[in-house]
Design a protein around this ligand. Structure first.
Ligand code: E4P
Length: 221
């Protein structure tokens, strides 16, 4: 399973890239606004830090402008994945860009029917939003299961299922159980993945017991 981080915070991206576990980055207009940075410069900076796909979202909603924006974003670096909304025009842009070899992330997916359309339009990634579905009382994880199952029926679908809008580690684990290809995870949730109280307790006991031996590994013969 690939891990992307869902942020426009370059310091967070650098820190998480140093773990060696980061396979890509996703941004969206909200995250760019929160960063306070120039969009194109920020995407270029992120692409220098991370080799994997870096999603940069178009701002327009009509086909012609979205296409031009997508082409411009794709020129920033070879690992830019242009993010387009799951609308008729967005999927037309997806088809045009992917036919020319540009990676495309189709965002704002809330149904299996939409995910089928994105795969047919040649999306590199489809982004179902689990957390936002849960927020309105629908089962976000069930949507992930359904899309993974549907895509498996059609080997000619090359689109990867990228779970987005992750709120907590269970969203990630449930998606991993059914074989979602990618998870885009907020930095805070990535850090939660490491945490378990028994790990902390066990480590504290080992450290204390090791001190009783009076030994050091590095000085030992
Ligand atoms: C994905 O690409 C989106 O940027 C993101 O996961 C949305 O998450 P949110 O629902 O927490 O805003």
């Amino acid at each position: 399973m690939k891990f992307f981080v869902d942020t426009g915070d370059i310091a967070e991206i650098k820190d998480l890239a140093s773990t060696g576990l980061l396979d890509g980055v996703t941004t969206n207009p909200t995250l760019i606004a929160q960063s306070g940075k120039n969009f194109l410069k920020l995407i270029a900076e992120i692409c220098e830090v991370v080799d994997g796909p870096v999603s940069a979202e178009v701002a327009a909603t009509d086909y012609a402008t979205m296409l031009k924006e997508g082409q411009k974003l794709a020129k920033i670096a070879k690992n830019v994945a242009v993010k387009v909304p799951l609308t008729p025009d967005g999927l037309k842009v997806c088809k045009a860009l992917s036919d020319n070899g540009t990676q495309v992330n189709v965002t704002l997916c809330f149904s299996s029917a939409q995910a089928i359309l994105a795969a047919k339009a040649g999306a590199t990634f489809i982004s179902p939003f689990v957390g936002r579905l849960d927020d309105v009382g629908q089962d976000g994880t069930q949507l992930i299961k359904d899309i993974v199952q549907i895509y498996k029926q059609y080997p000619n679908f090359k689109t990867e299922v990228l779970i987005a809008s992750i709120r907590h580690p269970i969203h990630l684990v449930d998606a991993a159980k059914v074989g979602a290809h990618v998870a885009t995870i907020p930095p805070k949730v990535i850090r939660q993945l490491y945490a378990h109280p028994l790990t902390d307790k066990g480590l504290a006991a080992f450290v204390a017991d090791w001190a009783k031996t009076g030994q050091t590994i590095l000085d030992a013969a």
